[in-house]
Design a protein around this ligand. Structure first.
Ligand code: SAJ
Length: 413
């Protein structure tokens, strides 16, 4: 079995490497020549625990090879980004580009799987794009007749930081455009997945992925809203949540500085866009989470006003603890706004990066430093990301400092 993975990013590369580790021949395809060269030299161009070693042995064994143009294979797995445009309209142009790139390589009997988070209907659009490019091949239909190509939607649901393990262990949703497509895709995942293969149709599978992340977003919004309400009422929200969660049917998530990453803050908009009048709760949750950084900023500013030349330690930049991913991070947003508003001297601590990201590096009054130095010199210490290193901080060092604790690390002790 020869499997081609289109898009060698946060999902595609680990998937390609894990398939190769299970003894399959994998061709990874990416338009980024630098990524392709890096992978062929046995390295990963993205950071994820255990990914480097998995890629290295996959390439060394000769089972994983990266290229910039699609080649014939038995199965194609598409894992390209699906961002949104202005007005929150999903942008599926990368899926279309991937479809057009594999079309010339398709042969009867091939299986095409879409893994990218996608608005409902994208798998069926994918089938139409392939049909237009290859009128000589028949595409699957629900009517059940035989087709040359099998097509299914199978969302990835791995958690950044645990990708290699979750790729193998998580249950998979498998939604084909025909029953035969669903079965074919299930056979493919059986090659490396230990979790269950849950079969459905493509539209339900597409919606399922969006719903999982929206569920989390709505629940985090509930926690974030509570944190703002409680601040006004003089109640410690962390203690409150701990107490409420003793109820057997209550499980409130943790408030934070906002919701980051490229999934939970994006996917709910796909539902809102497809059903703007009815997805009211989902939209409001997005707005609540998106506005949380402003609340944190206001809190920091009001403390900073007490000093002539405030020095502010900002602990953490990544979008969640113990990873180096700064994409869509509320912590970056908050630090950036503090710098733009010249609120004070900013001592930024982020043990997972060697330099400030570009958007921060050019701003005045901001520098990356060590935890010890930042805490020692700061008037105000802001906990933005509860990294392991920060949790281990001796709280006696914080005596006489003003604290803004967005993660409940100190406030909940
Ligand atoms: N967060 C909170 N409070 C919480 C939990 C999370 O503020 O109680 C914040 C985090 O700090 C972070 C954001 O939410 O900024 C998202 O973090 P996350 O750990 O909830 O999720 P992601 O974005 O790393 O991964 C999610 C996962 N989806 C779900 O848990 C439903 C993952 O399984 C998906 O595969 C991934 O999105 C994806 O690719 O869609």
């Amino acid at each position: 079995e020869k499997i081609s993975v289109i898009g060698l990013g946060y999902i595609g590369l680990p998937t390609a490497a894990v398939l190769a580790a299970h003894g399959h021949t994998v061709i990874g395809v990416d338009v980024n020549a630098h990524a392709v060269a890096t992978i062929n030299s046995g390295k990963a161009h993205i950071t994820e625990p255990d990914l480097d070693v998995t890629v290295q042995s996959a390439v060394a064994s000769g089972r994983l090879r990266a290229v910039t143009a699609a080649e014939p294979a038995d199965a194609f797995i598409i894992a390209v980004p699906t961002p949104f445009k202005d007005g929150y309209e999903p942008d599926v142009s990368f899926v279309r580009a991937a479809a057009l790139s594999i079309a010339p390589a398709l042969r009867p009997g091939n299986l095409v799987i879409l893994e990218s988070t996608s608005p409902v209907g994208t798998t069926s659009a994918l089938s139409e794009w392939l049909a237009e490019a290859r009128p000589d091949l028949t595409m699957p239909s629900r009517a059940g007749e035989q087709s040359d190509i099998h097509i299914a939607y199978c969302p990835e649901r791995v958690l950044p930081g645990k990708v290699i393990r979750e790729l193998v262990e998580n249950d998979r949703i498998i939604g084909g455009l025909s029953d035969r497509s669903t079965d074919k895709a299930a056979e493919l995942y059986a090659l490396f997945v230990k979790g269950l293969a849950l079969k459905t149709n493509a539209r339900t599978a597409e919606m399922c992925k969006l719903v999982e992340n929206s569920f989390r977003d709505v629940n985090i919004a509930f926690a974030n809203e509570l944190s703002i309400v409680c601040a006004g009422l003089g109640i410690n929200v962390w203690e409150l949540i701990k107490l409420a969660n003793h109820h057997p049917r209550v499980n409130i998530l943790q408030p934070g500085p906002g919701v980051g990453g490229h999934c939970i803050a994006v996917d709910p908009w796909f539902i809102v866009h497809s059903s703007p009048e009815h997805a009211r709760l989902i939209r409001t949750a997005r707005e609540v989470n998106d506005s949380k950084p402003d609340f944190v900023m206001a809190e920091i500013k009001s403390l900073a006003n007490r000093f002539k030349a405030p020095r502010i330690a900002c602990l953490g930049l990544s979008f969640k603890p113990d990873i180096d991913d700064l994409r869509e991070s509320p912590a970056v947003e908050i630090v950036k706004q503090l710098a733009l508003d010249a609120v004070g001297e900013l001592l930024v601590v982020e043990p997972h990066v060697n330099a400030l990201p570009k958007e921060l590096a050019t701003l005045p009054g901001i520098r990356l430093t060590s935890l010890a130095e930042a805490v020692e010199h700061a008037d105000i210490v802001v906990m933005l990301v509860n990294h392991r290193d920060f949790k281990a901080l001796d709280i006696r060092l914080l005596t006489n400092k003003l604290l803004v604790d967005t993660r409940g690390e100190w406030a909940s002790r």
